[in-house]
Design a protein around this ligand. Structure first.
Ligand SMILES: NC(=O)C1=CN([C@@H]2O[C@H](COP(=O)(O)OP(=O)(O)OC[C@H]3O[C@@H](n4cnc5c(N)ncnc54)[C@H](O)[C@@H]3O)[C@@H](O)[C@H]2O)C=CC1
Ligand SMILES: O=C([O-])CC(=O)C(=O)O
Length: 339
């Protein structure tokens, strides 16, 4: 494990105060590194623990020179590194796993990423069962059910604490709309629901304050659903979105931490165990979710309230109808893998 002497001293001081430990699994990767950098900037993070099967000590050493609050520790698989990385974590973010190449779907990643995520979930169940777990690894529609099933097997599943990170879909939606309408993207609110792949990504443009022509709605919807493909194609075989995903992942983790400070309700889109389509056999669904205020110390309280979808246009109803069967298959595939 890498920890500088100065860092150790800083940590022993920090532990006397309220503390938030955030662990990133897959921290040396294309998403993991910029995500860890953004988390290091959050002054409410006292301990940033970075784990990867390669290069984690180097990433940790590099981050540890940044003069913000968090102590950084780096861990590889040797010497019970995963266990040490996870112990006492409030939040665990998982961007471990392979990314797409052109002509692959996210579901094509299942054969590799399912077992990576299952094994990491097993370690979480054993070493940080109270952590809030944020899943970035694709296919999110299936990896979240995988983690849920593993946590259930160990008797530590709490649906308030498991999140599929779908923030990038919402960030893209607001950016694409702001480009079209010449507005400030950071203030352009677009709701996106469903899941995180192709037709399961359902933007609710009718609920935005902007008005669109029918052609604009169709073009925007397609671009939001397949925004990931734009990046995969442009990266030409070297990976998928990393920087925008790091931004999105940090936004979600920071929202959870900010909710923990208990000042005001924080609402974020995320893929969680949800009652919204339970009667159609859909156990997980992304929608806006209120994140709860702290229950003890700086520990966040996870899912507080799951928002409904509100009024939908006939076009959006048809998008939901198209999303449901694929979502059902993706969820079933994840659950079967663990069973
Ligand atoms: N949820 C979302 O919106 C998005 C999800 N993704 C997904 O995120 C994942 C990661 O993407 P990139 O960072 O670009 O890939 P990458 O290949 O650059 O990095 C993945 C990292 O995971 C590490 N890793 C592999 N097995 C591991 C294990 N068992 N334990 C710990 N670390 C392990 C690798 O060593 C590597 O450093 C992919 O599955 C990708 O599809 C990507 C963009 C958006
Ligand atoms: O497209 C991919 O494979 C990565 C991803 O999930 C995204 O960029 O939304």
């Amino acid at each position: 494990m890498f920890t500088s002497i100065v860092a150790k001293r800083a940590f022993s001081t920090a532990t006397k105060q309220k503390s938030t430990k955030v662990t990133v699994l897959g921290a040396a990767g294309g998403i993991g590194q910029p995500l860890s950098l953004l988390l290091k900037r959050n002054s409410q993070v006292n301990h940033l623990s970075v784990y990867d099967i390669v290069n984690a000590p180097g990433v940790a050493a590099d981050l540890s020179h940044i003069n913000t609050n968090a102590v950084v520790t780096g861990h590889g698989p040797e010497n019970n590194g995963l266990e040490t990385a996870l112990e006492g974590s409030d939040i665990v973010v998982i961007p471990a796993g392979i990314p797409r190449k052109p002509d692959m779907t996210r579901d094509d990643l299942f054969s590799t990423n399912a077992s990576i995520v299952r094994d990491l979930a097993t370690a979480i169940a054993k070493h940080s069962p109270k952590a809030h777990v944020l899943i970035i690894s694709n296919p999110v529609n299936s990896t979240v059910p995988i983690v849920a099933e593993v946590l259930k097997l160990h008797g530590v599943f709490d649906p308030k604490r498991l999140f599929g990170v779908t923030s990038l879909d919402v960030i893209r939606a607001s950016r694409f709309v702001s480009e079209l309408k010449d507005t400030d993207g950071s203030k352009t609110k677009i709701t996106v629901v469903g899941g995180h792949s192709g037709v399961t990504i359902v933007p609710l443009l009718s609920q935005s304050s902007h008005s669109f022509t029918e052609d604009e709605i169709k073009a925007l919807t397609h671009r939001i659903q397949f925004g990931g493909d734009e990046v995969v194609k442009a990266k030409n075989g070297t990976g998928s979105a990393t920087l925008s995903m790091a931004f999105a992942g940090a936004k979600f983790a920071n929202a959870l931490i900010s909710a923990a400070s208990g000042k005001k309700t924080v609402t974020e889109p995320t893929y969680v165990q949800s009652p919204l389509f339970a009667d159609e056999g859909i156990e997980f669904f992304a929608s806006n979710v209120d994140l709860g205020v702290r229950v003890s110390c700086f520990r966040p309280n996870g899912v507080e309230k799951i928002h409904g979808l509100g009024e939908l246009s006939p076009y959006e109803e048809s998008l939901i109808a198209a999303a449901i069967p694929e979502l059902r298959d993706n969820i079933e595939k994840g659950k079967k893998f663990v069973a």
